[in-house]
Design a protein around this ligand. Structure first.
Ligand code: SAH
Length: 373
């Protein structure tokens, strides 16, 4: 593969300079930017408003699309998972989640993930590599084209969540650049206010994010209310334990805009982190730090060989009620795309549909509700 520039990862001013280095006027750079980011074209051939000779020159040195689709999975609930490949053959997964009032695209920041959270299937891949800004932007272009039709105007608000494979804050600069590119009104025009980035708790980057004026929303994956348990479930906790993490969150609070709250995610693992005592510990932890955040409770998405089951739905409800009785806003997140390996923590380049564990009809009726598909 020869070394070509991926134009999908350039800002508009960078594209203008690029056009100028090829001896072209500045407006050619703006034209290419709009072709990629507004019309969502994925080849120079389609950019028929550019002179043919220029398109030929461009294709010798540059590309506008590096990701190729390997397969596409459609869930019974309408969620779509795209398994793509980088030009060096690494998996990249993106999920499109249709919702009643708006749609959400969940993108990946890395191929694989270096963190070793024991409940997450992506961890089993290890880190393959971080994705470039272009590879991040391309995922969104691809998903929009697939969901609405190539270049078709997006019919309603689209939200982005950086909750796919990888730890976004270990790929901070390319990620922030991708968000700047996507915010451009001449392009995709998806502003940071529509974007939420989730981190396992890379404290220095939480601090850095707080200093960025036009920043996305933040979500923090907690999974446990004590260091002892969190060390076990999310080994990154040994590097940045809960006290440090929550102190950084408290500091981050100062950068919140009116009405903005940040979110904690709490994956609910049957018999591991879902007792009343865990709920009390969690409420006390957040209250002790004076954090008026909300907590999203995510029933574990099971997959072989992960050694956990999702908490019983009644357990989740009791856990939620206990948090609420202590003044913490809690919400239960409904899993989406579980049957196609598209739900939280299930992105691991699986090439098949999910075979759900056999349920014992007689003994464990309520388990059925935990596996709604
Ligand atoms: N590395 C980042 C981004 C991934 S987001 C982070 O950890 O925040 C993925 C979210 O899904 C996290 O909140 C994680 O805790 C959650 N998750 C991971 N595996 C899961 C699983 N098997 N079931 C439910 N949620 C899971």
């Amino acid at each position: 593969m020869k070394d070509v520039v991926n134009l999908a990862g350039l800002t508009e001013p960078e594209l203008i300079s690029f056009a100028e280095t090829l001896g072209e006027p500045a407006y050619r750079g703006r034209q290419i930017f709009a072709a990629m980011q507004h019309r969502r074209l994925r080849s120079f051939d389609q950019m028929t408003d550019l002179p043919k000779a220029f398109r030929e020159k461009l294709s010798e040195q540059a590309t506008v699309a590096t990701l190729t689709l390997e397969s596409r999975y459609l869930s019974e609930d309408g969620t779509r998972r795209y398994l793509m490949k980088t030009n060096d053959n690494l998996p990249v997964e993106t999920v499109f989640i249709p919702e009643e009032r708006r749609d959400t695209i969940c993108f990946s920041s890395q191929s694989g993930c270096p963190l070793q959270c024991t409940f997450c299937l992506t961890a089993q891949l290890g880190l393959l590599r971080s994705l470039s800004s272009g590879e991040i932007v391309e995922q969104i272009i691809f998903a929009l084209n697939d969901a609405y039709g190539p270049g078709v105007k997006v019919p309603r608000g689209v939200n982005l969540v950086g909750m796919g494979a990888g730890e976004p804050f270990l790929n901070f600069d390319p990620l922030m650049k991708a968000l700047r590119i996507m915010a451009n009104p001449e392009g995709l025009f998806i502003v940071p206010n529509r974007v939420t980035i989730s981190t396992a708790g890379i404290v220095p980057r939480i601090q850095e994010l707080a200093t960025i004026a036009d920043r996305p929303h933040l979500a923090i994956s907690l999974a446990a209310p004590t260091d002892e348990l969190r060390d076990e479930l999310m080994p990154i906790n040994k590097r940045w334990p809960l006290e440090e993490l929550l102190a950084a969150c408290k500091e981050f609070e100062k950068s919140l805009k009116p009405g903005e709250r940040f979110t904690f995610e709490y994956v609910m693992l049957d018999g591991i982190n879902d007792s009343d005592q865990h709920a009390r510990q969690l409420a006390n932890l957040l209250n002790r730090h004076g954090l008026s955040a909300k907590v999203n409770l995510i029933p574990h998405n099971p997959a072989d060989p992960l050694p956990y089951l999702p908490s019983h739905p009644e357990r989740v409800e009791s856990f939620k009620a206990l948090l609420e009785s202590k003044g913490i806003h809690a919400f239960v997140r409904q899993p989406r795309g579980r049957d196609i390996y598209a739900a939280c923590g299930q992105l691991a380049a699986r090439r098949e549909k999910l075979i759900l564990p056999q349920l014992d009809e007689n003994r464990n009726q309520d388990r059925k509700a935990a596996f709604p598909i």
